[in-house]
Design a protein. Structure first.
Length: 282
């Protein structure tokens, strides 16, 4: 008569683990690596920039014209915008970005704040042909943009900042600068005027309570910040020394009805350098 089979005795889990210290070591290592991976993923997610390109700047600077030229490869007739316009642009490198044209009117330009946290870049468009006489107003608007960028939480990667010296083809140049490249002349003029006007604002507000809130007439806030610089200039405002990050400049021009080749790389004329700048954004 066959003897009944005896079921193998199951060892307690604790005994099995105790009998295999290698299992404990492997499990501990796995948990540690998993925690590190989750931490890095969360940190990267919190610091990553979005996929939006913001076009901001004073009214009549040419924001809508530049945006339509980028999207449609042809400059369409435009007028002063009173609402935010959004378009999708596919770049030559097949990357897709969302272009947001924020109106420059003082009462609605604070719509910048609705999109800033998701911005990959902020492009501040300046009419280079009129900035010499409108410099104070343009600098006021730019100051608000600089303050908004420096007010982002530390966990957020600031957007790239580009100042576009637009309408370079309308500059009136003297005989001494007739041979100079119009785009570079526009950049030099815009940089010089804005640095001068922003320095005036920095000095005038150094002992003041603050300036009006972004886009709100008469409201005061603690916006004394945004123009801090650290460099050889001794604290006076210079874009190259701005503590908020790197500020880049490009010169552009467009003509209504003019078609622009996507492959055009003609020494910075038109918007070709702007297209290339967008393609090179990380």
């Amino acid at each position: 008569m066959a003897e009944p089979e005896v079921a193998p005795e199951a060892l307690p889990v604790s005994s099995a683990l105790a009998a295999s210290p290698q299992v404990l070591i492997a499990a501990s290592l796995f948990v540690a690596l998993l925690a590190i991976a989750i931490s890095l993923w969360l940190r990267r997610k919190s610091q990553s920039r979005g996929n939006t390109i913001l076009f901001v700047g004073p009214p009549d600077a040419g924001k809508t014209a530049v945006l339509s030229t980028l999207v449609y490869r042809q400059t369409l007739p435009s007028h002063t915008s009173l609402q935010t316009n959004t378009s999708v642009l596919t770049l030559l490198n097949n990357k897709t970005v969302t272009l947001v044209d924020v109106p420059g009117h003082p009462r609605i330009r604070d719509q910048l704040l609705d999109h800033l946290s998701d911005a990959k870049a902020v492009i501040f468009v300046v009419d280079a042909s009129t900035v010499s006489r409108n410099g104070a107003a343009v600098a006021e608007h730019l100051h608000k943009v600089l303050h908004a960028i420096t007010s982002l939480p530390p966990s957020h990667t600031p957007p790239a900042l580009l100042i576009l010296a637009h309408k370079s083809d309308l500059l009136k140049t003297g005989a001494a600068s007739a041979a100079a490249v119009p785009d570079q002349l526009a950049i030099n003029r815009v940089r010089t005027v804005l640095e001068r006007e922003l320095e005036k604002r920095r000095v005038s507000q150094s002992g003041a309570v603050g300036i009006e809130g972004l886009g709100a007439d008469g409201e005061e806030s603690s916006e004394g910040a945004g123009l801090e610089c650290n460099g050889p200039s001794g604290g006076s405002f210079k874009f190259a020394e701005w503590e908020g990050g790197e500020v880049e400049f490009l010169g552009t021009s467009v003509a209504v009805g003019e078609k622009v080749s996507a492959e055009e790389k003609s020494g910075g004329k038109g918007i070709s350098e702007l297209s290339q700048w967008l393609e090179e954004l990380p």
